[in-house]
Design a protein around this ligand. Sequence first.
Ligand code: G6P
Length: 612
Amino acid sequence: MCGIVGYIGYREAYPILIKGLHRLEYRGYDSAGVAILNNKIHVYKCKGKVAELENHVGNKDVTSTIGMAHTRWATHGEPNDINAHPHYSQSRKLAIIHNGIIENYLTLKEELIKRGHKFKSNTDTEVLIHLIEDIQTNVNINLIEATRIALNEVIGAYAIVILSSDDPDMLIAARKGSPLIIGVGKDEFFLASDATPIVEYTKNVVYLDDEELAIIKRNEELKIKTIKNKEKTPYIHKLKLSLNSLEKSGYDHFMLKEIFEQPRSIRDSFRGRLNAKTGDVRLGGITEYEQKLINAKRIIIIACGTSWHAAMVGEYIIENLARIPVEVEYASEFRYRNPVIYEDDVVIAISQSGETADTLAAIELAKSRGATILGICNVIGSSIARMTHAGSYTHAGPEIGVASTKAFTAQVTILILLALRLAKIKGTISTSKFYQIINELELIPDKVEETLKVDEKVKAIAGKFKDARNFLYLGRGYYFPVALEGALKLKEISYIHAEGYPAAEMKHGPIALIDHEMPVVFIAPNKGIYEKVISNIQEVKARKGIIIAIVTKGDTIVKQLADYTIEIPETEEMLIPLLATIPLQLLSYHIAVMRGCNVDQPRNLAKSVTVE
Ligand code: G6P
């Protein structure tokens, strides 16, 4: 979602800001803007992509060593030039960029209108900067104090940066519920909503915490205080991100690169956590909480989107191996439905970005009810990673394509390790089964590599169905969440309507949709209730549906029924999601490319959904 970049130092700000916006493009946005300070604040902004903003700025003089820039994902007010950020204050001496939502903006706006303020946009953001200026002038205090007081009046979430023409050597930043990172260079500072725009300049970063305000002055030490006016000492973290991981490295799209990275990302997820020879499986980050998990009456997994699908795979595996009841909840539902949460529940939050607003709020709720919260996140230092009692990073590396791919398989890998660990401690798995699974898990990266060889075949199948209007994905057991994920991938990036369903449940509704034009993707490896799935395939075939089946290498039975088959290597049943997902990712990818869709930045979607 919205992206923030800021700079103050000795270099030209504009190129840094624009490059930073490009780095943040993956988050999803619909307008972009920049403000630089050169005697007065110059704001340039427009609807569309960062490239359009660059055209809009053209040859205008943007010389300055201080500035800020923004990509906006519309919430309040349609995506247009006026609603794009930055926004000026009434006097135009201040400007602001903002991620998040000010919930009480209407009340504040009405009050400000009565006091003579005139607003240009429909945004909540513009209200905030007017409020700050109103406090500054009426109470006659400095900008830092005015900002602090204003932030005590707003309800909602924010990451903001403020520029003032009266203070040409200062940027003010603050956060609550929306991430903001400060890069600390030599005689310069960078600001961004995630580390990607900062990493090429410095590895030293400070993560602002909720309700913290940073005063960033040229040639001075960084100062942080809370909005309740308590001084804080900035804590500098070292970024581990590499610049290479933010580039396409020869692939046409980030999504394709990330699909092909999965042998590596899965291996990195279990590296140091799995030793097939000694039979050692452990997740170092949560060792302290293992007993809690073992004694938990229930594990609740909260997540959104693709992470929710990984959670479902986790539910099936943990229940099967460790015999602990697991509930999987959409974070957005959980947070508002007054759920029953006991102190001996363990809540696991899964999130690639670690910033999803609903997941954050669900964690807060569970925490307030005394539950233990663990996190499975990909982004190091993210809000969820910092908010949970303990957790495990997935180590998939930065995921730039909006549609999640390698993060999903990494999350599933962590959940498999967790299930194995708990089952081993609890004694709910036989030694032979345990070794069988971990030996196979070690081989999974190679088998993913082998699976990726279906790419050309999948591309040919994609060519046949690129104009389809609907798709059905069916699977049972561990493959039901895989079907959901396959359908989500397709709709996200190709805009073809797709539904995932438990294969047997199909006859209670979706079967009505099946005719000779309906492609039905079956996840049908020869494990689990294979025969039952074959019956479901027969049911579709009897209604002339077109069958595309993911099958185990060497399968002969499904091959006779299906119109198209895609083979994956043989493996343990519960590890199959790690393989079966791959051709489905490729299928969506190729269909989307053939339809001319923007694969890495699909319309309306955001990589990290920081508003509810
Ligand atoms: C957005 C992204 C999805 C992602 C979901 C949850 O919708 O587009 O790819 O699965 O958010 O994100 P998280 O970062 O919490 O896993």
